[in-house]
Design a protein around this ligand. Structure first.
Ligand SMILES: [Zn+2]
Length: 343
């Protein structure tokens, strides 16, 4: 791990009407067109159209492409489209930004992350998840050259996506505990700074839960900054360790097992509750914040079943080769689920 390179975005613009800054950002980064704008029908309506118009008004040629899922086939389709683009804009949620990460990195062109919802910590990170033949692969991409986050757009995201972003950050609390275990038992590389930044992002959610729930400007701004900071924490760590532990493994297992998985961040928050319960850590703040923000604390309020959740927790330890609390502690699944109140 030593020395290791920390790759960060060069420009991060957050605020109301942030898109109007595009011409100056592109000029500063010396990005010339044509541009490939990735979005889906919804995100084109809420943001893509406006971004395209602003860029075209500045003399850029912008090719729009609708992408549906981050599957290998879909990515090949975009790659083979023959479009001659010099930079990529990912306008949307996690899947679209992940697609932009993959296309940009594979084609060695810069990409800009334009989140339309505060639903995940991948906004500014260099990690992406790609689906291939029913499996999910973690993909190491370049960091976005810029992040342009319009709070006016993000503020109007569906509540479930706002809750999901909070959940993704809340799980940092237990992810960092797992990272400490790995450092202690297996001499894994550990960064105090990255760990502190990751926990700070979770604390911001805990302390801003009211403002976030009420969609106050300050609350949404805090949430977006926390999501970006979590991405920076992962860049500093050189891995997803500060923001992904047993909590995330539970979510990944659910994605395979459940017939209708729920949102990533929702599942991660529940995983954090289980992880905190298993290690007998005080999880009262975590649970209280989940309730305040509207993240389900009962499996019956999610899209998956109790049976699926229990199977996912039991298989979570095998989902990837990462040392977590699941390797050092055991408790009967049903009694743990009952103890933390999930059932
Ligand atoms: Zn996550």
């Amino acid at each position: 791990m030593d020395p290791h390179q920390i790759e960060l975005s060069r420009e991060i613009i957050i605020g109301n009407d942030a898109y109007t800054e595009f011409p100056s950002v592109l000029d500063k980064l010396d990005l010339k067109g044509p541009a490939l704008l990735l979005c889906d029908e919804t995100t084109f309506d809420v943001a893509g159209r406006k971004v395209k118009k602003i860029l075209e008004g500045d003399g850029y040629v912008v090719e729009k492409m609708i992408c549906r899922d981050v599957t290998q086939e879909e990515l090949e389709r975009i790659k083979k489209s023959g479009l001659n683009f010099r930079f990529v804009l990912g306008v949307g949620g996690g899947k679209i930004i992940d697609t932009a990460k993959y296309i940009g990195t594979e084609d060695s062109v810069p990409y800009i992350s334009v989140p339309t919802a505060p639903s995940h910590d991948g906004i500014a990170s260099s990690r992406a998840t790609i689906n291939k033949e029913d499996r999910r692969y973690s993909y190491e991409a370049d960091a976005p050259i810029a992040v342009v986050a319009d709070l006016g757009v993000i503020k109007n995201a569906p509540s479930q996506l706002i809750a999901a972003g909070c959940g993704d950050l809340l799980s940092n609390i237990t992810s960092v505990e797992d990272w400490k275990l790995g450092a202690m038992d297996n001499q894994e590389y550990y960064s105090d700074y990255a760990a502190s930044l990751s926990v700070l992002a979770a604390s911001v959610v805990i302390n801003s839960s009211d403002m976030i729930k009420n969609r106050e400007d300050r609350g949404i701004r805090n949430l977006v900054k926390a999501l970006i900071s979590a991405g920076i924490a992962m860049s500093i760590a050189g891995s997803s360790r500060p923001c992904s532990g047993a909590d995330h493994q539970f979510s990944h297992a659910l994605d395979f097992i459940a017939e209708t998985p729920d949102n990533h961040g929702i599942q991660c928050a529940m995983g954090a509750l289980l992880s905190a319960g298993l290690r007998e850590m005080d999880y009262s703040d975590l649970k209280k914040t989940m309730e305040e923000i509207g993240i389900p604390t009962k499996i019956n309020d999610t899209s998956f079943t109790v049976e699926e959740a229990m199977e996912a927790w039991e298989k979570a330890g095998d989902i990837r080769d990462r040392y977590t609390v699941l390797d050092v502690k055991e408790e009967d699944t049903e009694s743990l689920f009952k103890r933390v109140g999930l059932i």
